[in-house]
Design a protein around this ligand. Structure first.
Ligand code: IMP
Length: 420
């Protein structure tokens, strides 16, 4: 199905395999747009024997001739940008980044790391400076990519209302030694020549492209369960991971299609509640079978059974219209399988529309439905008819519970290992 404006988002705690779905869809797309998050993301794309992990630029940069946009809500680390612009040049893709996108400065990463290192309150962030940069955006003083055009402009932004000094004072509070203003300006200017030629007004570009009938694909990062508003605070990220995040950024309010990507099981990196987490040998087995180690930080991911209560909530908050399930092949040999279909919270079953606050997720006792597993290798399956009955039943069960069609299932890491 080809749609004019579509969106792909993560319907769990990130790492659902969105990158390869975007890459797959990019065949029928003219433009891929990243709309939130920053270098905390790790979108892995495998082409032949080569695996590429992208953190900042959209997954469309792997395709020749594809246009890729980075919107004004994406917090941009110039070091990461420069490395990924090189990948885009090599693959022959076009990139434009918004002049208004906030810059992640060394001090942001320093603060992120320092807070994580503090005795209490570690969230398990990626230490990519995401939270502190979004704080500065919300407090209306963040440096923008457009400020990299001149040292004078960059300095004006950093010195307005004592902005940089204030951040340095906070860093010293954490007993860190921040870069001086001049060092930070030198650092910024190192990237100027590489970045400035790619700057544009991406909101105008999206509007023009939409007007001209281009097929636009918005690429979500992280997952709805990590959304700054709908995720379990403080164990979440700092941006809007829903379709609404793209709407608020680009003024595109009607998508032809919003695809939620969910793994056939759950994973989470960092701290925070995880009702179906498996702390036993099955969890370890899932981690090994699914190679569940963070693509950005290398951290082992926490693993657990598929949680349909959380998935249903994520689909509702995210605006999901269809689902793709990834890594179904990983569940081979797990028999029986368990799927969480309800929570007991404060001694009663949680209602289907209740908000999954931190407290709910912390205290929820999952109710499981047991399902038969399968032992067949499904990596060569290409249609739902090829799947063993129990694998097909598993997918249909998800679909029925969540009330949203599953239109595709990935059965291996290669581009073509996909069931439709
Ligand atoms: P931050 O986004 O680096 O501030 O991290 C906040 C939380 O979101 C931590 O639990 C991270 O592990 C998690 N997180 C951020 N980005 C991703 C991602 O792309 N995949 C999975 N988890 C992520």
């Amino acid at each position: 199905m080809s749609s004019r404006t579509s969106l792909v988002l993560g319907a769990q705690w990130g790492d659902e395999g969105k990158g390869r779905i975007v890459d797959h869809r990019a065949k029928n797309t003219d433009v891929v747009v990243r709309y939130h998050g920053g270098g905390n993301a790790g979108h892995t794309i495998k082409i032949g024997e080569t695996e590429t992990v992208l953190h900042l630029l959209p997954s469309g940069i792997m395709r020749r001739g594809m246009m890729n946009l980075v919107g004004p809500g994406v917090v941009c680390d110039p070091e990461v940008l420069v490395a990924e612009l090189d990948i885009a040049r090599r693959s022959g893709a076009t990139v434009y980044m918004d002049r208004s996108a906030p810059v992640v400065l060394p001090i942001h990463k320093l603060l992120d790391g320092a807070r994580e290192g503090a005795k209490s309150g570690a969230i398990g962030t990626t230490k990519r400076g995401i939270g502190p940069t979004y704080e500065d955006l919300a407090s209306r003083r963040a440096m923008k990519l457009g400020d990299l055009t001149s040292r004078r402009r960059a300095k004006e932004t950093l010195t307005a209302q004592g902005y940089y000094e204030e951040r340095c004072a906070l860093a010293r509070h954490y007993e860190c030694d921040p870069m001086t203003l001049d060092q930070t300006l030198d650092w910024c200017m190192r990237f100027s020549d590489e970045i400035v030629p790619y700057l544009a007004d991406t909101r105008a570009l999206v509007a023009e492209l939409e007007h001209g009938g281009a097929r636009i694909l918005f690429e979500g990062a992280q997952g709805v369960l990590l959304d700054v508003l709908h995720g379990s605070q403080p164990f979440c990220t700092s941006s809007s991971c829903t379709a609404g995040g793209a709407s608020a950024t680009f003024g595109v309010y009607a998508f032809d299609r919003v695809t939620g990507v969910a793994k056939a099981y759950m994973t989470r990196v960092g701290a925070g509640p995880f009702p179906t987490e498996l702390l036993d040998a099955s969890g370890e087995a899932l981690r090994e079978a699914g190679r569940e180690f963070g693509s950005t930080t290398g951290r082992p991911r926490r693993c657990g059974w598929l949680d349909l209560v959380a998935l249903r909530y994520a689909c509702r908050m995210g605006g999901v219209t269809d689902l793709v399930i990834t890594k179904l092949d990983v569940l081979r040999g797990f028999d029986p399988l368990f799927i969480c279909t309800g929570y007991i919270f404060e001694g009663r079953p949680l209602g289907p529309f209740e908000t999954l606050t931190s407290r709910v997720l912390h205290e929820a006792v999952p109710i499981y439905t047991r399902m038969p597993g399968w032992f067949e290798d499904i990596t060569a399956c290409r249609s739902f008819h090829d799947l063993p009955t129990s694998a097909n039943d598993y997918v249909r069960y998800v679909e029925k519970f969540v009330g949203i069609k599953v239109l595709g299932v990935s059965v291996g890491p290669e581009r073509e290992q996909f069931v439709t």
